[in-house]
Design a protein around this ligand. Structure first.
Ligand SMILES: [Zn+2]
Length: 276
């Protein structure tokens, strides 16, 4: 069985002490491919080196939560990096980009400007995008109507049925991860259960979005720190999707891997190279 983690921040500082062991554990658990989205220009070189060292896929972009700290010139640096890497088979998308209207105090107009500019770069390079969606599905769709891109993945999706339909009609797959493992996540579980079979992809978003079995309640965090999510959790997260869909584990792994590949077609060359 071979799983694809369509969204993992393996370059995050949380993994500095044991990154290679975290990846080895993921591979031992059957996670054969990971997609590593960038969050800031300063991290591009390390991210690219990490993906190359381990045969993984990466995306380049400026995350909406990092837009306030970014400089305007970072958009040019992103454009240069995409140009320089245009023939790199490990580069599969522009991301992580998007809008976050949940976290208070962010400059909304600046987020929209960076998002719109990055969509244009994705279109210019014919690349799909990996989208961060938080209370922002309609805002994201508005820009996608203006700047049509080659689809991609709306990660950690938590929108309405109508919003999900609009993303899928634009060629997007929707990412499901730790949040889906909570029984109270009724809408996410409803979407995971009812979307057309070619729409869901699996992700950990490690080190974030710990699944239910790793979650530490706010009141308990003084006794033990919040658990770090790791890509080796993906097959167990996949069990939740399998149960919701009535799929076997093998079917779940195969379908979600195929859906990720359909969203990020450049990954195909990478995966056949890895298995050769
Ligand atoms: Zn992310």
């Amino acid at each position: 069985m071979s799983w694809v983690d369509s969204h993992c921040h393996l370059d995050a500082a949380e993994f500095d002490a044991d990154r290679d062991a975290v990846l080895a554990a993921a591979r031992a658990a059957g996670v054969s491919m990971l997609v590593l989205p960038a969050v800031a220009v300063a991290g591009f070189d390390a991210l690219i080196a990490l993906a190359h060292r381990h045969g993984l896929a990466y995306a380049l972009g400026i995350h909406p939560l990092y837009v306030d700290a970014a400089q305007d010139a970072d958009l040019e640096r992103l454009a240069d990096a995409l140009q320089a890497r245009r023939n790199d088979p490990h580069l599969v998308a522009v991301g992580e980009i998007g809008l976050d209207f949940f976290v208070p105090g962010l400059d909304k107009a600046r987020q929209e400007r960076f998002y719109a500019a990055q969509l244009k770069l994705a279109r210019a390079h014919g690349l799909p995008v990996i989208l961060h969606v938080r209370r922002s599905a309609d805002g994201l769709l508005k820009h996608l109507r203006r700047t049509e891109v080659a689809g991609g993945i709306a990660h950690a999706f938590n929108g309405s049925d109508a919003q999900a339909l609009q993303f899928s009609q634009r060629g997007f797959r929707l990412g499901f991860g730790g949040a889906m493992t909570f029984e109270r996540a009724l809408q996410i579980r409803h979407l995971a259960a009812t979307l057309p079979a070619d729409v869901p992809v699996l992700e950990t978003d490690a080190p974030d979005i710990a699944p239910q079995w790793l979650y530490v309640k706010a009141g308990e965090r003084e006794q033990r720190p919040p658990s770090r999510n790791v890509p080796a959790e993906l097959p167990r997260i996949g069990q939740t999707l399998a149960a919701l869909r009535g799929w076997t584990q093998g079917e779940t792994a195969a379908r979600t891997a195929a859906n990720t590949l359909a969203a990020l077609p450049r990954m195909a060359a990478l995966m056949s190279a890895g298995s050769a």
